[in-house]
Ligand binder design. Sequence first.
Ligand code: TYM
Length: 331
Amino acid sequence: MTTANAIRVLSGIQPTGDIHLGNYLGALKLWVDSQYDAESFYCVVDLHSLTVEFDRDNLARRTLDAVCMLLAVGLDPKHCAIFVQSHIDQHTGLEWLLECVATFGELNRMTQFKDKGAGQESVTVGLFTYPVLMAADILLYDADKVPIGDDQRQHLELARRIASRFNTRFGETFTVPEALIPPVGARVMDLQHPENKMSKSSDSRLGTIFLLDSPDEVTNKLKRSVTDSENTVHYDPERKPGVSNLLEILSAITAERSDVLALRYDSYRRLKQDVAEAIVDTIDPIARRFRELSSDTAYVMDVINEGDERAREIASATLARARESIGLLQR
Ligand code: TYM
């Protein structure tokens, strides 16, 4: 793992549902790359997953599965720390201090809160303060860069604002983090509803490619993916969201430009076949590694314990600094 004067990277993923292609292309791929040239911390944010309805009996298993998936996509514990958010008490400790700096109005403007809360009979306070816990996750580690997909941009902006305000009011305490958003794949769209982002909780499983989908499932989902009636392949996200999403997925996997890829296709059928093949080649080895790792709980727990220990050391120093800055009586 890189240390002396290296930049520090931190990011997180919720252990809700199965990890999908959007998570991989929008975030996890960058996590894997970052571990080699930055001091990297990645956490499974199990506390965040309590903000909406969750299944108590499967929570611990899902957290372990998420860690297995992080290892399966290529995170290497020799190059990064992988830890579990709820194991590090300092996250909630710092959250309170930040909640006394963030404002109600700021949180009320968060679009994810509005989206997730819409239509619910009752909304938890945790869903409202969710972005402050996320700010605590980031600021505790003095992260310089935070690799995330486009949907987390607003939360990261809030974390920056809270950090700057805290520093101005109480003296330099936190590093103000920057988002690291991939140029392609930052917003992978649903295959059935290409106007919505691909998500774990989509109404139709046909719209989301999960990293554990079989080759047949991938091929079937691609065959049935929604395009338009023109049958001409161009990259034009406004007018042709379905086709452009397929091109963008292919672009994120092959590192070729979407508009250049478009020139190679004269039918949607061929494009869909190639995208399915590229996805299968990417996720099949991941699914195989996941299956091996998920039967080795002892190893996965060792990875977590080691990651927790490294995270705790940094988090406790930062929280002590923040408590001192804000003027609390030292213990
Ligand atoms: P989560 O668990 O929803 O998603 C994990 C990562 O995947 C990205 N992502 C996508 N990227 C491209 N296209 C999509 N369709 C897509 N769907 C999801 C997300 O942007 C994210 O980077 N609030 C965060 C978790 C979090 C966090 C943090 C992240 C908690 N604390 C601290 C960074 C730093 C979330 O719910 O991500």
